[in-house]
Design a protein around this ligand. Structure first.
Ligand code: URA
Length: 433
C-alpha cells in the first residue's frame, strides 16, 4: 500500500505529481491510500511517456475541488486507466461522476463570486480593505481567489471561509486560517481584528493552485456595498455525512440521470423540526443545497417573520433529484410521481432516523405524500396536528412555490400571511416540545 499525503484539501499540484508518478510506476488505484496532512510514503521513482488529454486534466482540476473524500482515489483511477491505454467511454460511471462533481464545483465557484458581499473597513493611512465572508460547499476558494485577484488587482481584499481565508494586498495572494461561523458584520470584524496580524505576517503564499484551468467563467465584480446579514448555511448533522456522500451513487430511480447532483438535506444535529419540501428546483440542482432558489427565499422571509431561525431547523426534500423537462434552454419543473417519492423515501427515512425531529413539517402535496404515505388534501389537512403510527408529530402546510404561482397580488399576500401563521404555529410547537 502506498500512502500519499497531500498538503491540503486543495493540493492539486501535489496530487497531480503523485498521480503521474504512481501511474508511471503502474501502481493500481486499490494500492494507494490518499490522506490530507501527515507523513506519506516517498513517490515511486518512475519515468516514461505520460499522456492525458487537456480536456481530462481540465475536468479533473475542477472536480478535484469537490468536497468528497473519495475524489483523490476516483480521479487517480481515471488517470491510471488512461495511462494503461483505456479510453473511458462518455458514459463511463467514474467519468460521469467526475463531470457531475465539476458541475457542482463550477456552480459553487459562481456562487462564491456572486454571493460574497464585502464589508469595507478602514485600515492604516486611509487605505481600505474589503472583507468578505462566504461558506462554500466545495474547496473552491484557492482557485477562485486567483481569479478574483486577477480581476481586481488594485483593491485590497480578504475572502474568509470556514476552510481558510484568502488575502490580496495588491501584490501577492496569501492564504490563512478560516472562520467557522459568522452571522454578522461584527463577528467578521472582530475575527479580522484578532487574526489580521498573524495572517498578514505568517500566512503562506499559495503556489499550488490550479489557475486558469480551474474555472472558466470570468468573475463578477464584488458587490462593494456594506455587507448585510450574512446567510450562514446550516451545519450538516455529522451523522448524516456518510449518507450525504452515498446518495451520489443513488440509482433507486431514473431521476439521477439528467440531474446535476443529488441535493441532500441540511441542518444541525438535534434539530427540533424537519421541513420537507418536494424536490430541488433548478437552482438547488445547480448549487446543491435545498431551498436556495425563489421558493427558498420566500420561505426564508416567512421564517424570519415567524421568528424561526433557518440555521436551527433541518431542511430537506421528499425527492432528492430535480425532475424536469427541457424546453429550449429552460428546464421546466415536473412533479415527481409516487414511485419516485417511494424510491426516495429510503433517504428521507435515514434523515428522520438520524435527526429524530420532534416535528415533521410537510410542505405541499408531494412532501405530505412522502411523510404520511398516502395522498393528502392540503386544504383539508393543513394546520392540524397529525401523528404517524410511530408517534411522530406531523404538520402539513402549503409549499412556498404555491405562493409564488398565485397570480393576483391580493391573493398572494393573503396566502403568504396564512403561511406565516402556520410557521408561527410551528414555532410554538418547536418550543413547546
Ligand atoms: N422546492 C422544493 O420543494 N425544494 C427545494 O429545495 C426547492 C424548491
Amino acid at each position: 500500500m502506498h500512502k500519499i499525503a497531500l498538503n491540503s484539501e486543495s493540493d492539486w499540484s501535489g496530487w497531480r505529481q503523485a498521480a503521474r508518478q504512481l501511474a508511471l510506476a503502474g501502481i493500481e488505484p486499490a494500492e494507494v491510500r490518499w490522506t490530507v496532512g501527515g507523513k506519506g510514503d516517498a513517490l515511486p521513482d518512475a519515468s516514461g511517456g505520460f499522456h492525458l488529454s487537456r480536456s481530462l486534466v481540465e475536468l479533473m482540476a475542477v472536480a478535484f475541488q469537490v468536497r468528497q473524500p473519495d475524489r483523490f482515489g476516483l480521479l487517480y483511477s481515471l488517470v491510471w486507466r488512461v495511462q494503461a491505454g483505456e479510453t473511458p467511454p462518455p458514459d463511463d460511471p467514474d467519468l460521469a461522476l467526475a463531470r457531475r462533481w465539476a458541475l457542482s464545483v463550477r456552480a459553487d465557484a459562481h456562487r462564491m463570486r456572486t454571493n460574497t458581499r464585502f464589508l469595507r473597513i478602514q485600515e492604516a493611512a486611509g487605505a481600505c480593505r474589503y472583507l468578505g465572508w462566504f461558506a462554500p460547499r466545495h474547496f473552491v476558494l484557492p482557485a477562485n481567489a486567483q481569479l478574483v485577484a486577477r480581476r481586481f488587482p488594485d483593491l485590497t481584499w480578504s475572502i474568509i471561509t470556514p476552510d481558510g481565508s484568502a488575502h490580496w494586498d495588491r501584490a501577492s495572494l496569501r492564504f490563512g486560517a478560516g472562520l467557522r461561523h459568522t452571522a454578522d458584520d461584527e463577528t467578521l470584524l472582530a475575527w479580522w481584528e484578532a487574526h489580521q496580524a498573524a495572517i498578514l505576517d505568517d500566512a503562506t503564499e499559495g503556489t499550488s493552485i490550479p489557475a486558469a484551468e480551474a474555472v472558466d467563467e470570468s468573475p463578477r465584480p464584488p458587490d462593494l456595498a456594506p455587507v448585510g446579514p450574512v446567510v450562514v448555511p446550516s451545519e450538516l448533522d455529522p451523522s448524516l455525512a456518510q449518507p450525504a456522500r452515498d446518495i451520489w451513487a443513488c440509482r433507486r430511480c431514473h431521476l439521477y440521470e439528467p440531474a446535476t447532483q443529488p441535493v441532500f438535506g441540511e441542518g444541525p444535529d438535534g434539530a427540533a423540526v424537519m421541513f420537507v419540501g418536494e424536490q430541488p428546483g433548478d437552482q438547488e440542482d445547480v448549487i446543491g443545497r435545498p431551498f436556495v432558489g425563489p421558493a427558498g427565499q420566500l420561505m426564508d422571509r416567512a421564517m424570519e417573520e415567524a421568528g424561526i431561525d433557518r440555521r436551527l431547523v433541518y431542511i430537506t426534500n421528499a425527492v432528492k433529484h430535480f425532475k424536469f423537462t427541457r424546453r429550449g434552454k429552460r428546464r421546466i419543473h415536473q412533479t415527481p410521481e409516487t414511485p419516485e417519492i417511494k424510491a426516495c423515501s429510503f433517504w428521507l427515512d435515514i434523515e428522520r432516523a438520524q435527526v429524530r425531529p420532534r416535528l415533521l413539517v410537510a410542505m405541499g402535496g408531494s412532501a405530505a405524500r412522502a411523510v404520511l404515505g398516502r395522498p393528502v388534501s392540503i386544504t383539508r389537512e393543513r394546520g392540524r396536528a397529525l401523528t404517524l403510527e410511530d408517534g411522530q408529530a406531523v404538520f402539513v402546510t402549503v409549499h412556498p412555490s404555491y405562493l409564488l404561482r398565485i397570480p393576483d397580488a391580493a391573493g398572494k399576500a393573503a396566502a403568504y400571511r396564512e403561511f406565516v401563521t402556520d410557521l408561527i404555529a410551528i414555532r410554538a410547537m418547536m418550543s413547546a416540545g
